[in-house]
Design a protein around this ligand. Structure first.
Ligand SMILES: Nc1nc2c(c(=O)[nH]1)N[C@H]1C(S)=C(S)[C@@H](COP(=O)(O)OP(=O)(O)OC[C@H]3O[C@@H](n4cnc5c(=O)[nH]c(N)nc54)[C@H](O)[C@@H]3O)O[C@H]1N2
Ligand SMILES: Nc1nc2c(c(=O)[nH]1)N[C@H]1C(S)=C(S)[C@@H](COP(=O)(O)OP(=O)(O)OC[C@H]3O[C@@H](n4cnc5c(=O)[nH]c(N)nc54)[C@H](O)[C@@H]3O)O[C@H]1N2
Ligand code: SF4
Ligand SMILES: [Mo]
Length: 695
């Protein structure tokens, strides 16, 4: 049979790169990045290439299952899809009848396909659609909102045209977004400077012109000193600041005490080096891109840290600028029309959110709310009982701190459902598992990517499902049919696509040639007079009224917080070949990195009698685990670092089982540690002790 090329969308991580899949005889031959998209041009990361192994892997859920034993015991009854959907619909309906639609909490993995899930939750009459973002980028999002009146996706990262890129808590060459990696590589070839600020040397650091190894948790101090220098040395973009920054003089007064010399004592970076760095940035302005961070659910001041970065970008004139952070365009911004939202099939809920977002916490974006506060509501039944939880492509037992505490909270639920394509701790603890077809085996709703050139894109099924699994829309439609949500009970994906595309002038055939449909002829930069800030003043506001009203200062003094003698700060991050916790068991990726180790500074480890490769016991508040140590000079001595996603304990994952340590288990009490101003969890505000394990 001939080779067929299918345009689709990668699903190995949340970035969702456009791909082209070559198939033959219903088998995957080759996957590459969509060759027609600039900045992708055929490239793919290692995880994307390993999608083939995911679909061939028998160690994933192969059909619907209903729990037989106790939660987490791992006893399952295999059932038909009809039985599973009937049972699920019945359980959800029972909760609705007893407590109302609001009693259902639903979380997913965010991203461009969430519209379908949101529609379903709204149809059920619940305001409680949520996502993973309290454990990821909510602090950055709220930082942007507090300054600009729009969220973090209101600007894009114009890496390709940047003259100086600063990565702070952002490891771009290992925590991958393919287009970003390519754009930055190209910029570096064109003479762009790269500065990396991290607590350890990463692959990104090895490619940088300058690397600051910061004392963990002191980034806000460093950045306040940067602002101090920009303002006190007159290095900022005065034209931009006068036009666009409100209350600049209050910022100036606030940063007075935060001199580079002060920062040196806190961060460890010599004052003179900080000043030299800021001077260099000023020569490259406004084509400077100081990345505001992505996985920033780390500290209780991460919101202020991201805010300080946006403020630095504003002082350099790079907000809105080519080579900086230009505004993202929506379809409407380029004269087009956006997709018809499925969520509009149902009226908005009148109930307030269980997590308090929008009323108890009016400053936060209501969108997905804050899931850890939704979990609080399950526990407290305040403001009302939450009795069913749906984890849809989401694994909070891996991605949220303190899984044992979370399980106890979930024990109050009448019903816990997991929809997933791989086994996960959450699926294992659920009452019902509905297995999703992996991305190469399913179609998805059409999605829109805002940007310099906004575009629509579509995921086509590359091969037929190998096991008894279903696509997203089939599962949602199946439940909708049973629960009286007729508007969402679609019979074919084409009907959904047609609904979404109505009035856009685009048809689903338009995706055949290249897999995506651009809505503008090329990148569109807004005029510097029209940056469209959505604050009351129309400017970038140094004082955020919505936060001040809640007693949260916009310009918050720095507070120092470091591990006590004999303890280390827990830090974590990604490697290039794994996604969160769900690829360790992938046969190809497991071969690449099969276990995590505990990075420790050589001197700190040796003082504890630890040699490279020794087993150590890591403990915090009664929780502990064993892991091999990796000694290096290239990590700050106050930190220990682990790759996230290891330490699997499910017998159904034979490869990943027992390999390495899951750091979230050491974060006891972590569900209550969060950034009050940014909303996200503070997963690195945890200290551990390390000792050599008995032989
Ligand atoms: N301790 C600690 N906690 C963390 C992190 C950390 O580094 N350390 N990282 C945080 C970050 S940045 C995030 S985003 C969250 C992530 O947390 P999660 O969103 O829970 O993690 P994932 O593994 O991406 O996805 C969860 C499940 O969805 C399933 N899935 C089904 N379909 C899809 C699909 O199309 N795409 C994807 N990607 N998954 C699918 C996967 O099989 C997996 O079991 O965790 C956060 N939590
Ligand atoms: N390969 C791969 N790529 C991914 C993902 C994946 O799972 N695997 N996930 C995607 C997702 S959901 C996300 S959110 C992004 C995350 O993208 P990133 O946020 O860039 O990823 P991380 O590796 O979590 O963290 C970046 C760096 O922060 C450093 N760090 C930790 N503490 C501190 C500190 O106090 N100060 C400073 N300055 N640095 C610190 C870590 O050492 C790490 O090198 O990656 C995306 N891309
Ligand atoms: S970054 Fe890699 S894994 Fe993530 S969507 Fe792109 S190709 Fe797939
Ligand atoms: Mo993330």
């Amino acid at each position: 049979m001939a080779i067929e090329n299918v345009y689709s969308v990668c699903g190995m991580c949340t970035v969702r790169c456009p791909i082209q899949v070559a198939t033959e005889n219903d088998r995957i031959r080759f996957i590459q990045g969509n060759p027609h998209i600039k900045g992708i041009a055929g490239s793919l990361c290692g995880r994307g290439a390993a999608g083939k192994a995911l679909i061939e892997d028998p160690e994933r859920p192969q059909g619907p299952m209903i729990r037989k034993g106790a939660r987490g015991e791992g006893k399952w009854q295999a059932v038909s899809w009809d039985e599973a959907l009937d049972h699920t619909a019945e359980k959800l309906q029972k909760v609705i009848d007893a407590h109302g639609g609001r009693s259902i909490l639903f979380s997913d993995r965010g991203g461009p396909f969430r519209d379908l899930h949101r529609a379903f939750v709204r149809g059920l009459g619940s305001p409680n659609w949520s996502n993973h973002d309290a454990s990821c980028a909510r602090n950055v999002h709220h930082a942007a909102l507090s300054l600009f009146g729009f969220g973090r996706k209101g600007v894009v990262y114009d890496l390709k045209n940047a003259r100086h890129v600063v990565l702070q808590t952002r490891n771009m060459f290992e925590a991958i977004n393919v287009k970003e990696v390519n754009d930055l590589m190209n910029a570096l070839d064109q003479g762009c400077r790269l500065t990396v600020i991290d607590i350890r040397a990463t692959v990104s650091a090895t490619k940088a012109h300058r690397f600051f190894m910061l004392r963990p948790g002191t980034d806000y101090a460093f950045n306040l000193a940067v602002i101090h220098v920009l303002l006190n040395h007159g290095l900022y973009d005065k034209g931009f600041a006068n036009r666009w920054i409100k209350d600049l003089e209050r910022l100036h007064a606030f940063v007075k005490p935060y001199t580079p010399e002060w920062a040196q004592t806190e961060t460890g970076v010599p004052a003179a080096e900080l000043v030299r760095f800021v001077r260099e940035l000023a020569t490259a302005k406004p084509a400077v891109l100081w990345h505001p961070g992505w996985m920033t659910a780390r500290y209780r001041d991460s919101f202020y840290m991201s805010r300080s970065i946006y403020i630095i970008n504003a002082l350099l004139g790079s907000i809105g600028a080519k080579g900086g952070l230009p505004r993202a365009n929506t379809p409407a911004d380029v004269g087009g029309k956006g997709l018809q939202a499925l969520v509009n099939l149902f009226p908005p809920p009148e109930e307030k959110r269980a997590d308090g977002v929008g009323w108890r916490h009016p400053q936060f974006d209501q969108g997905p709310g804050l899931l850890h506060l939704g979990f609080d509501a399950i526990q407290s039944e305040d403001p009302y009982p939450v009795k069913a939880y749906v984890a849809y492509r989401h694994d909070p037992l891996m991605g949220f701190p303190d899984p044992e505490a979370l399980k106890k909270i979930w024990d109050k639920l009448d019903f816990l459902l997991s929809v997933t394509f791989s086994w996960s701790d959450t699926a294992w603890y659920s009452d019902v598992v509905l297995p999703l077809s992996p991305y190469l085996e399913r179609e998805s709703i059409i999605a829109c990517k805002n940007g310099l050139t906004p575009y629509f894109f579509l995921r086509r099924r590359a091969v037929k499902p190998r096991y008894d699994t279903r696509a997203d829309w089939e599962i949602i439609s199946g439940l909708s049919k049973r629960m009286g949500l007729d508007a969402l009970a679609f019979d074919a994906i084409e009907d959904i696509w047609d609904y979404q595309l109505q009035d856009t002038g685009v048809t689903s055939e338009d995706f055949d040639a290249r897999g995506f449909v651009p809505l503008a002829g090329g990148p569109r930069y807004r005029s510097p007079d029209n940056l469209g800030f959505k604050t009351a003043s129309g400017k970038i506001e140094m004082i955020a009224p919505a936060w001040e009203d809640q007693g949260l200062p916009s310009l918050k003094p720095y507070e120092s917080d470091h591990p006590p003698q004999g303890q280390f700060r827990i830090t974590f991050g990604r490697c290039g070949v794994h996604t969160q916790g769900h690829t360790v068991n992938n046969p190809l990726l497991f071969e690449q990195v099969s276990e995590n180790t505990l990075w420790m500074h050589r001197a700190a480890a040796e003082s504890l009698g630890l040699a490279d490769g020794d087993m150590a016991e890591v403990a915090a508040n009664g929780a502990s685990g064993m892991i091999a140590v990796k000694l290096t000079d290239m990590i700050h001595p106050e930190a220990v670092f682990l790759l996230h996603g290891f330490g699997h304990t499910l017998p159904v994952e034979s490869r990943a089982f027992g390999k390495g340590l899951a750091e979230q288990r050491l974060m006891c009490g972590g569900l209550q540690k969060w950034d009050r101003a940014g909303g996200a969890l503070a997963m690195q505000d945890h200290y551990v002790t390390v000792r050599k394990a008995a032989a």
